[in-house]
Structures are given as structure tokens and as C-alpha cells.
Design a protein around this ligand. Sequence first.
Ligand code: SF4
Ligand code: SF4
Length: 124
Amino acid sequence: MIKCTDCGKCCHYITVPLDTPEDNEDYDSFVWYLLHENIQIYIDAEDEDWYMEVMTPCKKLVGKMCSIYEHRPNICRDYDEEGCEVNGEGSPYKLLFKNAEDFIAYLRMKGITYAPNKAPQTPE
Ligand code: SF4
Ligand code: SF4
């Protein structure tokens, strides 16, 4: 098993839960998220929920060590180091979308027609 003090990988991103996309407005938002740097979206292999992953290192990570270890947030304390993406079995992702093209291809594969919103702009 890899020790956390030799790793630090899970301190390099945050995850934000997303509602399952259901309509064109949702698809448009997901495409927009994925057009940004350091953003990916995935479906969790375990619970099949959708998450946004923001690839950004924690400011309290020094090398591979937590500089506020005694006072780290509960979300860090509760993270299962035996079931994490390094030590757990299998990929944490059921599906991973690294960019907008990946997500649009997924929609196409599901037979979903995505069209960017083209509603006319309301004059000021
Ligand atoms: S919990 Fe897993 S991913 Fe996070 S630092 Fe420890 S070994 Fe690395
Ligand atoms: S607070 Fe510490 S354990 Fe939590 S993400 Fe930051 S460096 Fe990692």
C-alpha cells in the first residue's frame, strides 16, 4: 500500500457533486464547464453520481505533506486511504470526460441531440 506521505495525489483536486444532466440546458452547462482549463467531469464507478473535478492543488500541501495536518478539514480526515484512487481496486471513474469533445461524443453515443442554445438575445 502506498503511504499518504509518499503520495499527496488526492490533495491536488477538489470534487463538486453535479445533478445528472437531463436536458439541453444541462448539456450546454456541462460543455461550458469542460471548455475551461483544469476541469473534468466524471460518473463515479461506485455510486454512479456525476461530479466535477477541479484540478487544483491545496494551498496547504507542502511537497507531499499536509502543513495543517492537525487542523485539516473533516473531508480530508474521512478520506479512505485504503480505497482511494491509488490504493483502491479499479478506476474511481465509470466514465471520465476530460474535455467538451469527450462529453459531446458521449451524448451522441447515447443518441442525445445536443445543440448549443441559440435563443435570440433580448435587447437591453
Ligand atoms: S489517500 Fe490515497 S491518493 Fe490520497 S495521499 Fe493517501 S495514498 Fe495518495
Ligand atoms: S488540508 Fe491537508 S490533507 Fe487536506 S487537501 Fe489540503 S494538504 Fe491535503
